[in-house]
Design a protein around this ligand. Structure first.
Ligand code: ZN
Length: 336
């Protein structure tokens, strides 16, 4: 199978194409914008300005919080809340979307972090029947369910931000997640940030959100404006550094699992579906970004992906059963 000479992405990857030298469109984009994407000082400046702007807006609106941050208990969201408070002096509202997939590990981390972080926190659960319906439909039609969490997590973030006049929503998407399908500056930070839910969803759905909106299938909270900022688009820090920092500062506990999603019990199902449907593990694009940026060798990335394929080729029966119980829309099913 054809592979990009630089990052190793293969021809079955989402919307990939290659130039005459065998280099993919994502590497070409990165090369052309490297000066901006890797300018640490400039990025830090932009980020700090955004925080100051948000404080001013929140103050003018009489809001109790400067920003809302989605909080899963994973390392990235915990780290962001810590930094926003301590380094940027932000008044943070931590927001947990309870989707029924949380793990004991994630819940313990949330509890421990909240004890140390000193922020207000909301846990929100939506209508469970509707949520199950959406998971089931998405699994059947798109062979995927992370997109449902992504949508509702951000839908309710925007709803809360709007209702409480919070001008900024900071998210924990990694630079790998942000850049994994970037071949134009549209919707990509630091080039462009989004100010409403639909523009924000473009980053995940690449046009599907436009079709859903036109068909009147989704509520995009048209009157709600809040800037969405991805912390890691402006801060270059490795997973290892993040974990060490949190261990030291708040006594955070590392996950024991095989891949970095210990806050969701169904992660193995998501990996399994990705490999079955798309032919590659969930983090193939994210690892390719690290290779492109010179932070990981192509060989090491290939080895990690091979390991993912072996790990998630089959999902243990108990996890499968629990997953299908969770998304089942039969009446009288228990939630967990
Ligand atoms: Zn490439």
């Amino acid at each position: 199978m054809k592979q990009c000479k630089i990052c190793g992405l293969r021809e079955n990857y989402t919307n990939i194409h290659f130039n005459s030298e065998g280099i993919c469109n994502y590497c070409e984009f990165y090369e052309a914008h490297k000066d901006v994407l890797e300018d640490k000082e400039k990025l830090e400046q932009i980020f700090r300005q955004k925080m100051e702007d948000a404080k001013a807006k929140a103050k003018a609106a009489g809001a109790k919080y400067d920003c809302l941050v989605g909080f899963s208990g994973g390392k990235d969201s915990t780290y962001i809340i810590y930094q926003l408070k301590e380094t940027y002096g932000m008044r943070v509202l931590a927001f947990t979307f309870d989707n029924g997939f949380s793990t004991e590990y994630g819940r313990n981390n949330i509890e421990n972090a909240l004890e140390k972080l000193n922020v207000d926190h909301i846990t929100f659960s939506m209508n469970d029947k509707l949520l199950r319906k959406q998971y089931s439909a998405c699994v059947n039609i798109m062979h995927n369910f992370c997109s449902v969490c992504f949508h509702y997590m951000h839908y309710y973030s925007y709803l809360f931000a709007g209702q409480n006049k919070i001008p900024l929503i900071v998210n924990g998407r990694t630079s790998g997640q942000i850049l994994q399908c970037a071949d134009s500056t549209k919707g990509i930070e630091p080039f462009e940030s989004s100010y409403n839910l639909k523009d924000f969803e473009y980053q995940m759905f690449h046009g599907l959100e436009e079709r859903a909106d036109k068909a009147g299938k989704m509520d995009y909270l048209k009157d709600t404006e809040a800037e969405a900022v991805s912390y890691f688009a402006y801060h270059d820090i490795s997973e290892e550094e993040t974990m060490q920092f949190l261990e030291e500062k708040i006594g955070w506990t590392r996950p024991q699992g095989v891949s970095g999603h210990a806050d969701c019990f169904a992660h193995a199902m998501a990996e399994h579906m990705s490999i079955e449907k798309r032919g590659f593990p969930v983090r193939e694009g994210e690892l390719a970004v690290l290779v492109r940026r010179g932070k990981l060798t192509k060989e090491k990335a290939q080895a990690i992906l091979q390991q993912d394929i072996e790990n998630f080729h089959e999902v243990p029966k108990d996890i499968q059963d629990r997953f299908f119980r969770r998304i089942s829309i039969q009446p009288n099913t228990s939630r967990k």
